[in-house]
Design a protein around this ligand. Structure first.
Ligand code: UDP
Length: 238
């Protein structure tokens, strides 16, 4: 059997990834397909933590820009990630996976609170841990939560699942000869002003020397190839 390059990973799954072709919310078929991709790497013996986004339901900034109080809107955004986390756990259950949801905001009747030691124990037991409610603080994003939880649980890499299969020299939809980087340094990402994660998340990964791999979650087998250390998406390293 192929040997994974990483023992423990942090997967950042955006809320939008769960929409599939829909305009809003959770597409159950898409969710089942994403879960199958995650199950494949868990079956290789990789310990997986997932930070789930909420943009398919509610994005704080979008509502703040139309007059809503930003912190209030952000709390709503964090609650959206809890809904996605529960949906993801349910899909994992249906696929025969053992998982736990831990939330950065206390909603005791629904999800357990985030406790680092417990999360690590679950991972060691082969359970997938879904981290919901981002960092628990307004004015942050789930990308930052991914960098934070990744560093906290000792993940060897943060995998940023997007709709695009990596980082390009320019927007591939607009520039025909845009090239995909296989590997790029943190410094070059900054120098070329490329969008990988938001600045806070990016700085945290860089400070902690935590590599990032950007890849497409819609590409079958891509997550497994990343975990096996194959050339997939773009690897950002120090
Ligand atoms: N959010 C927040 N603090 C966090 C993480 C998220 O306030 O630590 C809020 C914020 O309003 C954000 C929303 O939750 O817009 C959903 O998260 P995000 O936009 O990161 O989700 P994604 O783009 O990954 O779907």
């Amino acid at each position: 059997m192929a040997q994974p390059k990483y023992k423990r990973i942090l997967l950042k799954l955006s809320g939008e990834a769960l929409m599939g072709g829909d305009a809003y919310g959770i597409n159950r078929q898409t969710l089942a397909e994403i879960v199958a991709e995650i199950k494949a790497v868990v079956d290789l013996g990789v310990q997986v933590g997932v930070v789930i986004g909420g943009g398919n339901i509610f994005r704080g900034l979008a509502h703040a820009s139309t007059g809503m109080d930003r912190a209030q809107a952000d709390y709503m955004g964090m609650l959206a990630t809890v809904m996605n986390g529960l949906a993801l756990q349910d899909a994992m259950r249906a696929a025969g996976m053992a998982s736990r949801v831990q939330s950065a905001l206390n909603i005791e009747q629904v999800v357990e609170p985030y406790i680092r030691g417990k999360a690590i124990r679950y991972l060691e037991q082969g359970r997938t841990v879904i981290f919901a409610a981002g960092t628990g603080n307004p004015f942050f994003t789930t990308d930052t939560a991914a960098a934070l939880r990744g560093a906290e649980i000792g993940a060897e890499i943060v995998l940023k699942a997007t709709k695009v299969d990596g980082i390009y020299s320019a927007d591939p939809k607009k520039v025909a000869d845009a090239v995909r980087y296989e590997r790029i340094s943190f410094d070059d990402v900054i120098a070329q002003n490329l969008a990988v994660m938001d600045a806070t998340a990016f700085a945290l990964c860089r400070d902690q020397r935590l590599p990032i791999n950007v890849f497409s979650i819609y590409k079958p087998g891509a997550l497994t190839r990343v975990v096996l250390g194959e050339n997939e998406g773009t690897l950002v390293v120090c």
